[in-house]
Design a protein around this ligand. Structure first.
Ligand SMILES: [Zn+2]
Length: 183
């Protein structure tokens, strides 16, 4: 059961978890099953999409409880890749808010503990392709490809001409409940 989409103002907030509504909306079942590492439930961040400068297919990262409406850490997913997060978070715009440092000439404190910053970096490094795919589909209004449909449980009996029976759609023959022949 998917969670509800969570908007705060114009911002759509979500977590990279299997039952998140955004994840379920933009990754199909096969894609979700192929995920290596979901976001740790204790990592206090949410991903965010909000209107504005959208050409780079941006993915914002908002620390729980933070209400900034400018300079939210983000990555333009169109031009980034997993390896950008192999060593540190510096490929994120405004990463200083996450780990502390000088941002636009002003010293800012870290919103994340060192451990959580590392957990976030590893998540970005491991799952960037999926995060990028979600961002791409979100910004381009694209649906994920449909999952293959399961074969029907039953099929019409062909053992007897004009039989109206349905038999089990298994590999071998099944007994027809109408004509009692194997079909
Ligand atoms: Zn039959």
């Amino acid at each position: 059961m998917a969670t509800q989409l969570v908007y705060v103002g114009n911002a759509l907030l979500w977590k990279f978890t299997a039952n998140d509504a955004v994840v379920q909306r933009y990754l199909n079942t096969a894609e979700r099953n192929a995920v290596t590492a979901w976001q740790n439930a204790n990592l206090p961040i949410r991903f965010e999409f909000h209107p504005g400068h959208t050409t780079g297919e941006p993915l914002y990262i908002r620390v729980d409880g933070n209400a900034d409406n400018a300079n939210v850490p983000k990555v333009d997913t169109k031009d980034a890749s997993a390896s950008d997060f192999a060593a540190n978070l510096e490929s994120l715009s405004n990463y200083q808010k996450l780990v502390g440092g000088n941002l636009k000439g002003k010293k800012v404190g870290a919103l994340l503990s060192q451990g959580d910053a590392t957990t976030l970096r590893v998540l970005l490094n491991t799952e960037f392709d999926n995060l990028q795919l979600i961002a791409h589909r979100y910004w381009n209004n694209e649906d994920p490809p449909a999952d293959p449909t399961a074969p029907a449980a039953t099929r019409p009996c062909t053992a007897t001409t004009h039989c109206t029976g349905l038999v089990q759609n298994t590999k071998g023959k099944s007994c027809c409940p109408v004509c009692y022949q194997y079909s």
